[in-house]
Design a protein around this ligand. Structure first.
Ligand code: SIN
Length: 477
């Protein structure tokens, strides 16, 4: 069996729980145990937070160039260890190895990008009213940042947060999802190897509620960044009131994929496959509702169904697999329930011809046609390889249907008429819109949502601002 990191990274050392308790991690494709990791006690976590807050004092005073060089080393090491990290991601998360490799490079790019931003945290000098006065604006790191990261991208979501926070001069403590801590722990070791001072980057594992509570209530933690469900995001918003803590929240989505009657259907199908089946449909920006113009719905459905039939569903470690398992039995039950309820309310189910391995949480890629806004599948994030299809007759109706959700993360439009697509995209209530494109996630672009999909932006030139505070100096000369 492969050797996984099975201890927490705290203050530059690998640590166990002080009561020796652990919990098991298994491969979702086979259910085979992979490793166990510490179930830290609350006093272990409090100590880790204390140490990380102390490390902030060292890290914030390091020259920006030194911080930048260390981040570049992390990017380089990740690239060198591409295969090792990819196989850890696939083993604990289930996604196909090709996607896991993509995730490692995506993560390395965040470290590279923010190594470049670290040396460009420029302030401002603002003309004042009086000739003897100067107004200076400084950008300073906010302090210790705590991150709560999801299981769907165990490395990239951690990298997107950590790279920006570390570049800004913040120290960092992460709690990875209980399903996928092994990749985060491996990153903890790699960060130390790259030269990060002890205590600047920490990874703690254990009871999610207890750790979250400590992060939220500690006055030492100045900022919490979270990727996960809207439900948990709302709890964090409530808890942040206690210490008036700054938050970045990347929450759920319900992405519409609008296919206008003038769309290039071949391109739309390729976009649909990537936008729906990446990570077995388990991403916040995955297409949730296909809204297809009535004139092309028949062709679109036939073509989509034929393309889906070619997908290979299987263990992510098998190089032929396109779609891995769902993360858990509960996830599988939820997706099945959404499909079943839609069927009972009149939707037509078109299962694919894909062969499905037995005995795990693999889900048959499925089209659910004739979906209506009164169905739960319309409003809930599916998080599985299921295409929910509805129709529209004109642009106005498409926009109204697309915006009919509490979420506002990503949306997609396919049309050959770019002007029309631009006008429509400006009316979509979403933080990100792909026009003839579903590969919208990239380090250069601001990732984030509006409405109940959260607030704050990750990546891009804006991402570092989430970890900086402005201080202004009023100088009388
Ligand atoms: C997510 O699912 O939260 C993010 C996926 C991405 O960066 O594409």
């Amino acid at each position: 069996m492969k050797n996984f990191h099975s201890l927490c990274m705290v203050n530059g050392s690998w640590v166990r729980s002080s009561d020796e308790k652990t919990f098991e991690i298994a491969n979702p494709a086979t259910k085979a145990p992979l490793s166990s990791v510490p179930a830290l006690t609350s006093s272990d976590v409090i100590m880790a937070v204390d140490n990380s807050a102390k490390a902030f004092e060292t890290w914030k005073n390091m020259p920006a160039r030194t911080r930048s060089d260390i981040l570049i080393s992390i990017a380089n090491l990740l690239t060198e260890r591409l295969e090792e990290f990819a196989s850890t991601i696939t083993s604990e998360q289930g996604k196909p190895l090709s996607e896991a490799r993509g995730e490692v490079m995506y993560a390395a790019h965040y470290f590279r990008w923010f190594s470049e931003e670290a040396v460009r945290i420029n302030g401002d000098i603002i003309p004042a009213d009086s000739p003897t006065k100067r107004i200076l604006v400084l950008k300073q790191p906010i302090g210790l940042v705590a991150a709560i990261t999801p299981w769907n991208f165990p490395l990239a979501m951690l990298a997107r947060k950590a790279a920006a926070a570390l570049a800004a001069g913040c120290s960092f403590i992460a709690k990875p999802a209980p399903e996928t801590p092994l990749t985060a722990l491996a990153l903890g070791g790699l960060a130390l190897e790259a030269g990060l001072p002890a205590g600047v980057f920490n990874v703690v594992t254990g009871d999610a509620e207890m750790i979250g509570e400590i992060f939220m209530s500690s006055p030492l933690v100045k900022k919490v960044t979270f990727t996960g469900s809207t439900e948990v995001g709302k709890i964090l918003i409530r808890k942040s009131a206690e210490t008036v803590k700054k938050l970045t929240l990347e929450l759920g989505g319900n992405a519409p994929f609008i296919v206008n009657e003038d769309a290039d259907l071949e391109k739309a199908i390729e976009g649909a496959i990537y936008g729906k089946f990446r990570n077995a449909g388990q991403t916040c920006v995955c297409v949730n509702r296909f809204l297809v113009h009535k004139k092309v719905v028949e062709d679109f459905t036939t073509m989509l169904s034929a393309r889906i039939d070619k997908l290979v569903v299987g263990n992510g470690l098998n190089p032929d697999s396109d779609v891995g398992p769902l993360i858990s039995q509960e996830a599988h039950a939820k997706v099945s329930r959404l499909v079943e309820m839609a069927k009972q309310m009149g939707a037509s189910i078109i299962p694919s011809a894909c062969a499905i391995p037995n005995g795990s949480t693999f889900f048959t890629p499925t089209i659910v046609a004739n979906v209506k806004p009164e169905m739960q599948i319309w409003h809930e994030e599916i998080f599985g390889p299921v295409c929910a299809l509805a129709t529209f007759s004109n642009d106005e109706e498409a926009i109204t249907l697309a915006n009919d959700t509490q979420y506002g993360l990503a949306a997609y439009i396919y049309s050959k008429d770019l002007s029309r697509a631009m006008v429509m995209s400006e009316r979509l209530e979403f933080g990100m819109v792909g026009i003839n494109d579903t590969a919208i996630s990239s380090v250069q672009a601001p990732f984030g949502g509006i409405k109940q999909s959260g607030f704050g932006r990750e990546g891009s030139k804006y991402g570092i601002d989430e970890y900086l505070v402005l201080k202004y100096l009023s100088v009388q000369m």
